[in-house]
Design a protein around this ligand. Structure first.
Ligand code: HEM
Length: 401
């Protein structure tokens, strides 16, 4: 109805005998008011931005793992990853789907890792735990601690227990405040719960993922302060990762952007280390020094085969559902090379893999520092295995072995 008609109607109403008409107009006005109200409601909904509108789908909740009710930590040998193949061994992304049950692995080496981490944190917590002081990053630190607590209390109920505001580790008899009061407390507590190092990658305004928070106690060759705040690309360029630009950069960045909370992944790698330093390889440089440790600074003088260690990382990547940051876990498996060479097929396959590396990969892995000692040893062990018939009797498993 136009406003002129409404005014005309009101004028009519002021005439005598207009009472029945008055009732009609009142009904009409009530109808108009109702219409106006529902019109206002619908337009205010339409003007909300997409982000402000309530989510149509439920937010993702991390599935709880199946409990290992009879888990016996002392009896659980570290899972043996030997991620080198027959034939050419290229550096690749090599990611595989991760089953939620297997996110964090605990084994009989737990106390050794825990005690090393505790001693590193005691020595210098600021060197090992860092975060960027902004809301999304701080939230991600708390979320990591919450996600680990949920996982561990369900997966390993004989070891981890949450009672009120205290998270108990019945193995170490530690008690952790839950929830944590500060991001540092959250990350340091998280570090002591697991054998893994923890890195949080946050998307910055430049659209790239940066190492904006971490608890790193067992890195072997690098220091957290050297990598803190670096983007995914800078991290890999600085580390001299072979063929990064040509083979990895594009797909890794695409992968980081597309990763969803429901699709965690895992990957494995390996390095040859010149000594037995789980937290720090002292033959690569002084841990408290300022020089970046690398094969260029390595000292392999007088190296003996029983000093050489096989260092293999089991990494996992997942998008955290609340903060949307990406959590990168790095679990190091670390064995003397002489120990893993006793395993059927290992010396032969490892020597074969090393011999297929191109020059760039060989330099990155520091081959010239150890090949003259390691390769003859592996060849000899392989020969002995073949002579004894072990390799014929025992079938090889599948990658990552
Ligand atoms: C999809 C995820 C990733 C892929 C595919 C990837 C790939 C690689 C590759 C191929 C290397 C060479 C050694 C190896 O084979 O591992 C490497 C080294 C390295 N990556 Fe990544 N990376 C990923 C995520 C990350 C993240 C999130 C960080 C953050 C800390 C990181 C830090 C490093 C560092 C520091 C090295 C050098 C290690 C060393 O030489 O001591 N990477 N990465």
């Amino acid at each position: 109805m136009s406003s002129i008609t409404l005014v005309d109607k009101l004028a009519e109403l002021s005439q005598p005998g207009a009472l029945p008409v008055l009732g009609l107009v009142a009904a009409l006005l009530a109808w108009l008011l109702l219409k106006w109200h529902s019109y206002r409601k619908s337009t205010s909904k339409a003007s909300l931005s997409k982000a402000q509108q309530p989510e149509k789908t439920e937010p993702f909740v991390t599935p709880l793992p199946e409990p290992l009710d009879d888990f016996d930590l002392q009896a659980k040998e570290p899972q043996l990853y030997r991620p080198f193949r027959h034939g050419p061994n290229f550096i690749t992304m090599g990611i595989r789907k991760l089953n939620w049950n297997d996110w964090i692995q605990m084994d009989s080496y737990f106390m050794r890792y825990h005690d090393m981490k505790a001693s590193e944190l005691k020595k210098d917590i600021d060197a090992h735990v860092k975060y960027v002081d902004n809301e999304p990053t701080k939230d991600a630190c708390f979320e990591v601690y919450e996600e680990l607590t949920k996982y561990l209390t369900h997966r390993y109920p004989k070891i981890f227990r949450l009672e009120g505001n205290i998270l108990h580790n019945d193995l170490t008899h530690e008690q952790f405040q839950y929830p944590a009061k500060t991001p540092t407390e959250a990350m340091a507590s998280a570090a002591l719960l697991v054998q893994d190092d923890l890195v949080i990658m946050v998307e910055n305004d430049d659209g790239e993922y940066h190492l904006d928070a971490a608890a790193v106690c067992l890195p072997g060759f690098w220091r957290l302060r050297e990598k803190f705040r670096m983007s995914l690309d800078t991290l890999h360029f600085e580390a001299g990762v072979p063929h990064y630009q040509a083979k990895l950069q594009k797909s890794m960045n695409r992968f980081f952007k597309a990763l969803t909370p429901d699709r965690p992944v895992t990957r494995n790698n390996f390095f040859i280390q010149l000594d037995d330093g789980l937290h720090w390889s002292h033959r690569m440089g002084d841990q408290s020094g300022t020089e970046v440790a690398s094969w260029a600074t390595a000292n392999s003088k007088g190296l003996k085969v029983d000093e050489i260690h096989f260092r293999s990382e089991r990494q996992t990547l997942r998008r955290l559902p609340r903060s949307k940051a990406i959590l990168f876990t790095i679990r190091t498996y670390f064995e003397p090379i002489t120990a893993i060479s006793k395993e059927p097929h290992v010396p032969g396959r490892l020597a074969e893999a090393i011999r297929t590396w191109d020059e760039t990969v060989s330099v990155y892995k520091g081959k010239s520092h150890w090949d003259k000692i390691l390769l003859p040893y592996l060849d000899e062990q392989d020969r002995l295995q073949k002579e004894s018939g072990i390799t014929d009797q025992q079938q090889e498993a599948e990658f990552p072995y």
